[in-house]
Ligand binder design. Sequence first.
Ligand code: SAH
Length: 484
Amino acid sequence: MPSAFERRVQPQRENFVRETEGDDASAHGEDVGVIVLARKARRVEVVAERGADTGDLVRGDLFALPRTAEHDAAIGGTRGHCAADREADRRLYYVGLVMTPTVVISARGEDRVQSGHPWIYRADVASARASGGEIVEVRTPRGRVAGWALYSDRSQIALRMLSQREAPTGEAAIRARIASAIAFRESLKIDATAYRLVHGEADLLPSLIVDRYGDHLVVQALSQGMDRLLPFIVSTLNDLLHPKGILARNDPRARVLEGLEQRVEVLSGDVPESVTVTESGIEYDVDLRRGQKTGLFLDQRENRSAAAQYARGRLLDCFSYNGGFALVLGRLCRETIAFDVSEDAVARVRQNAQRNGVAVDARVGNVFDELRGLERTRERFDTIVLDPPAFAKNKAAITNARAGYKEINLRALKLLSPGGTLVTCSCSYHINEAAFAELVYEASVDANTPVTVVEKRMQGRDHPVLLGVPETYYLKCFILRKLA
Ligand code: SAH
């Protein structure tokens, strides 16, 4: 941040001249020195430089030089910063320049910023005078300040906008955003001790995730910029929430695209092997280090409670993970069967079921096979939940993903008794709500059954959707009723 840079010790003249091909001082905000021929005031000729590129200096940041060549004292504020070399009539100036890391974007990038989208792709970066992970000033092709962003020198997402304003976004602003995100969650009066505190872009903290699990916090920094800010974020969270421990679940693959290491580590305090949280009256043991996402699928909490209003009879929970739907809905059902392909997940369902006194028949199995098997044996269910992993992780996978979603919805509708409820979800943002509705409709046509929409839902309110940014609306959840 510009304000944080301090003047460095001035280099020796000899070093200065020899170091002219040194590293890019502009990227580090170092003092920049230039030797100028000062005879012609206002038409300064740069003879040697240390640090940043002369062209950059004269065109941009060193605008003051022509004037000060005429009047030495103006540079750096003191004469001490200017050493005369009478013979050549050259003057050496040490200029305490604060070189703001800057990225210039293309016209298309500018349109994107104006539309409010927080991501600027590498193809829309015209030039960058910054190093990866810095907070940079974003300029339009015409030189206007378009805002401030986290810069990545590796990811296809080169810039993640922190603000679309001219004023710099510094640590104070980031702290205020974290505080505001926390205050919003507190205002929701969530019936759980585990929920999301910071949801990245939708909290104006791009690529930062903070989840609360009781007295412990789990953070994810998914860009170079957020990674660099982590120590500040950890001290802010300690300050605001006084957690017993903060764990970094920095193992998502997204970090590889940023050239960052994948690692899980305790950043502050202590984090036990397993923590206990409650959600809608159900207690869970959560393994924060190895559990999926940051431990639990917190984004489904409100959908579980909503679905519980319709749950009855025989329940089938497909893709159960550690039993979120099976436990909340199972309390209201006569019999509950849960399927997950992961043995660890099924072991957790059993453990959580026992702990909460809910009878769940948890089985290891591939849902695609199991649904067909249940159809063959003519089983019937009154309530079915489909909560698969994201089938479309990228655009290339959309066709197969559509076929997968349609298949499980078709099978589930066939297994459902008339009047029964299907809770069907998709967390692929590459398949939007309309596309998901379309393929569930196609499944109902193939199953030859009329279906009504009881509720159209999405991720919980602690995972807000940022309008105009489709990537932030990923979880769709429809509660449907099979009529006949
Ligand atoms: N419903 C859960 C979250 C489900 S996450 C909750 O409310 O917490 C998706 C789960 O699907 C994961 O646990 C994963 O192990 C499981 N899974 C992925 N592919 C599967 C398949 N073909 N058959 C069964 N389970 C699968």
